[in-house]
Design a protein around this ligand. Structure first.
Ligand code: ASP
Length: 337
């Protein structure tokens, strides 16, 4: 393609967008915080204590994430489900209004990965630290090591999983397809899925945005596996001029399309948060429609105007919203019936 042809296409694209900017979705007054899943209600409440006082979105994100990492019988943090070897490994990242970011992945025995991620952002020249190195950095920065104990819920789920998968360490379990494939969500008997990542997006009174993600990752993953959650541009992206996005679901699918960066780029093109999320989900589904039936991915986004929206591959994804006037759970639309 020569430059002239390229410019012609670009200008056509711009005209089309200005005619049909696809902006229409729910806008909320700032401050505002949204987060993945219904467990986001409590997280939003914690974040709100900062936002309502006129505090910075970044601080609200950290406080919100800490609140769920504190819960021992929950879905993220050290109370989360372990990997296939029975070890809980944590992933987290944080990004502020200046595009500063920090992340940790595969970190063991540290209670607040979100705060370590923030320290990586603020106290190191790096963006992402992994495994033992992340833990060492945490210890050097005043965090302490917690005992390696699974929560009751996690231990029960793990025992159950071992039975169902007839798991023996010497067997190449990742080549099996116990519940829909090694990288597919694990569907439990009651129909729930093992996705619980907490992704939060906030805009403060000044209109600055930040985001964060904290998770124990996909349950029963291969030891050493890192999902989308701590990967900037995959599990989280913030562009303070345009908007921000986060994700939950099968991380590999999100990484493949640089999911949250893509969502923000769609918003830059004029799509509403919901439509930007839909277009990113479609990108995953259209790659392999059959495989998509076994996957769940949900994106959640907020624009600079405080519009918010989500979209998922399948039914079941929800997000929590908190503003001065609203405090509720919103069901995401989805593609596959
Ligand atoms: N996205 C997370 C991961 O792939 C899982 C989740 O959302 O629960 O690690």
């Amino acid at each position: 393609m020569n430059r002239k042809h390229f410019l012609k296409i670009s200008s056509l694209g711009l005209t089309a967008l200005s005619v049909n900017p696809q902006r229409s979705f729910a806008a909320a007054d700032k401050p505002i915080v949204i987060s993945t899943w219904d467990s986001g209600m409590a997280v939003n409440a914690a974040a709100w204590t900062i936002l309502e006082k006129g505090g910075r979105a970044l601080d609200a994100i950290e406080v919100g994430a800490i609140s769920i990492e504190n819960k021992i019988d929950c879905c993220v943090g050290l109370g989360g489900y372990p990997d296939r070897d029975g070890i809980v490994t944590l992933d987290a990242c944080i990004m502020d209004e200046h595009s500063n970011c920090g992340a940790v992945a595969g970190m063991e025995d540290i209670k607040h990965p979100i705060s370590v991620a923030r320290k990586v952002m603020e106290n190191s020249p790096h963006v992402l630290l992994v495994g033992n190195g992340a833990q060492q950095f945490a210890l050097e920065n005043g965090f302490s090591k917690e005992p390696k104990v699974l929560s009751k819920d996690a231990q029960n789920a793990y025992n159950d999983w071992l039975k169902k998968n007839n798991y023996k360490p010497e067997i190449n379990i990742e080549n099996k397809k116990p519940f829909g494939g090694p990288f597919a969500p694990v569907f439990f008997d009651d129909g729930t899925v093992n996705h619980d990542t907490m992704g939060l997006l906030a805009m403060d009174k000044k209109g600055n945005m930040s985001g964060g993600v904290t998770t124990s990752g996909m349950a029963f993953k291969v030891h050493g596996r890192v999902g989308d959650s701590p990967v900037i541009g995959a599990g989280l992206f913030v562009d303070n001029e345009i908007g921000c996005a986060t994700s939950s679901g099968v991380g590999e699918e999100v990484i493949r399309i640089c999911g949250t960066h893509l969502v923000v780029e769609f918003m830059r093109q004029g799509y509403s948060p919901e439509n930007a999320c839909r277009k990113a989900v479609e990108r995953i589904v259209n790659r392999d429609k059959e495989k998509a039936k076994t996957l769940q991915v949900g994106f959640l986004a907020m624009s600079k105007k405080g519009e918010h929206g989500a979209y998922a591959i399948q039914k079941g994804f929800v997000y929590s919203l908190k503003t001065a006037d609203e405090n509720k759970i919103i069901k995401s639309k989805y593609i596959i019936e």
